[in-house]
Design a binder for this molecule. Structure first.
Ligand SMILES: N[C@@H](CCC(=O)N[C@@H](CS)C(=O)NCC(=O)O)C(=O)O
Length: 341
């Protein structure tokens, strides 16, 4: 089942609101191991799809914090089949670390007969092969705070304590109106639900554009978790949400503030080097056949603009605070040329 979960789809006669399924496994990996899962280098495997905005948050956080050696990465095929996420991109169709063909095997190892969807991001315990958590909201917050002992030297503080109330508030608005708003618009089964969701999307984009006109980042003067969460939606906007999800009042490239803001982040190490536009387009246009039955993947948009100068440094800001940018992408994790601008 693709993103929307059982309540989505466009074929039902009644107009049902799009309901995002709740994360089912919400154990936390913490420094003190209170849920039975202590932070430990080499113990866990992060399973993602580069297509998925929720999973992409964790890929960006992992890079910015320098957790690549401590937390290994599995990249699923952007096309799910009826058994959901699969490791068809790996030799023999098996994830080399877990030895499994489908992510569902890790869910089954954790709980037999689990009735919910198999979703990414997912963190799997390598020794037991069991899923630990698929709670995408908490995973990145824990990477930023609980995994501190394993951060690289110079890692930024993505969730600084003094700014948490403001970060939480901004992230909640971004979640409701944008991160999930584009899905509410795209999977709406009635005109009024679509009108409301699409209205929310563009009202929020307008407010964010005004907020970011005079400041480089959303909260404080450094990159935070809030920027990561806005970026993952903005980077998909013109490629999929504008057409496929009918969020088409204007394109990201037409906004005089959000477009340079998104480019600034894209060109910051740890952001753009995790984005695979090929995976993004393949997944949305080919998997959501209920809203786009032909499965035809559009040629555009032209991606070259992502690398154009953004001039946002003129606003000041210290991307990594007192820290430094992450080093190069580890070998084997580079986005192939087919997915890059
Ligand atoms: N559905 C997850 C959020 C993550 C999510 O929706 N991931 C998508 C990919 S973008 C997914 O794996 N969908 C498959 C499914 O939910 O069955 C949740 O609400 O906890």
């Amino acid at each position: 089942m693709p993103d929307p979960g059982p309540a989505a789809g466009n074929s039902a006669p009644d107009a049902r609101p799009f309901k995002r399924s709740r994360s089912h496994f919400a154990d936390r990996i913490t420094a003190d191991g209170r849920d039975g899962w202590p932070v430990e280098a080499g113990r866990y495997h992060l399973v993602v799809s580069r297509a998925c905005p929720w999973a992409s948050r964790s890929v960006i956080s992992r890079r910015l914090l320098g957790l690549e050696d401590a937390l290994s990465l599995a990249i699923a095929d952007p096309l799910q089949d009826d058994r959901s996420w699969r490791f068809t991109l790996d030799p023999g169709g098996r994830d080399p670390v877990l030895g499994i063909r489908f992510l569902s095997e890790a869910y089954d190892a954790r709980e037999t007969g689990y009735p919910g969807g198999v979703s990414v991001p997912a963190v799997v315990d390598i020794p037991s092969g069991k899923l630990v958590t698929n709670d995408y909201r908490q995973i990145t917050l824990d990477l930023a705070t609980e995994w501190r002992a394993l951060h690289r030297p110079g890692a930024p503080d993505l969730y600084p304590e003094a700014l948490r109330a403001e970060i939480d508030e901004v992230m909640e608005e971004i979640y409701q109106d944008l991160n999930n708003g584009v899905y509410r618009a795209g999977f709406a089964t009635g005109q009024s639900a679509y009108d409301e969701a699409c209205g929310d999307v563009f009202r929020r984009l307008g407010l964010l554009s005004a907020r970011l006109a005079g400041r480089r980042y959303l909260v404080g003067d450094t990159l935070t978790e809030a920027d990561i969460r806005l970026f993952t939606t903005l980077v998909r906007f013109d490629a999929v949400y504008h057409g496929h999800f009918k969020c088409n009042r204007f394109k990201l490239t037409e906004d005089p503030v959000l477009w340079p803001y998104a480019r600034d982040l894209f060109q910051t190490p740890g952001f753009g080097d995790t984005v695979d536009f090929h995976h993004i387009k393949q997944h949305y246009y080919r998997v959501h056949t209920d809203i786009d039955p032909t499965g035809i993947v559009p040629l555009g948009p032209d991606l070259a603009g992502w690398l154009a100068p953004h001039h946002r440094a003129e606003l000041g800001g210290r991307p990594f605070g007192d820290g430094t940018p992450p080093g190069p992408v580890p070998p084997g994790e580079e986005v192939p040329p087919s997915g890059r601008p």
